[in-house]
Design a protein around this ligand. Structure first.
Ligand SMILES: [Zn+2]
Length: 141
């Protein structure tokens, strides 16, 4: 489906930037435009009602389906999924947390305490999470 097709079914459409529009949401009684529409590079259309209607509700209200937001030849056009689905700062904060736990256990071991099985498993899990964090940050892990 083309973006024009969707825009033609909405009221109060206003272009707010390149590939961006605001319109009155048709899924609730919307007096001021609270529906943001965005066309992204890969041809997908993103819609967001700031009053809280789901994309499903909005599409239903114009007689369309969620799949209409996807480009028709998505099978050929689909790009790789976003390699950074998470905010890198959140990932870093989690890594610092994990590193702190590792440090605490390392200090215990330094003092001669033998860590038990569950702590040993925890360490392995933390290393696994740090490895995953690298791949979430866009690296190859
Ligand atoms: Zn709405």
């Amino acid at each position: 489906m083309s973006i024009e097709n969707l825009l033609s079914k909405l009221q109060g459409v206003k272009k707010t930037g390149s590939g961006r529009w605001m319109a009155r949401c048709c899924a609730h009684d919307d007096r001021s435009p609270s529906l943001a529409i965005r066309e992204v590079e890969d041809g997908r259309i993103l819609i967001k009602c700031f009053a809280g209607c789901s994309a499903d509700d909005v599409m239903g209200a114009v007689g369309m389906e969620l799949k209409d937001l996807m480009p028709e030849n998505v099978g050929f056009q689909r790009k790789r999924p976003d390699p950074r689905p998470f905010n890198p700062y959140d990932v870093l904060a989690a890594m610092i947390n994990d590193a702190t736990v590792i440090l605490v256990l390392a200090k215990d071991m330094q003092k001669g305490r033998v860590i038990d099985e569950s702590e040993s498993l925890l360490l392995a899990k933390l290393i696994g999470r740090l490895t995953m964090a690298v791949s979430l940050a866009g690296g190859r892990g």
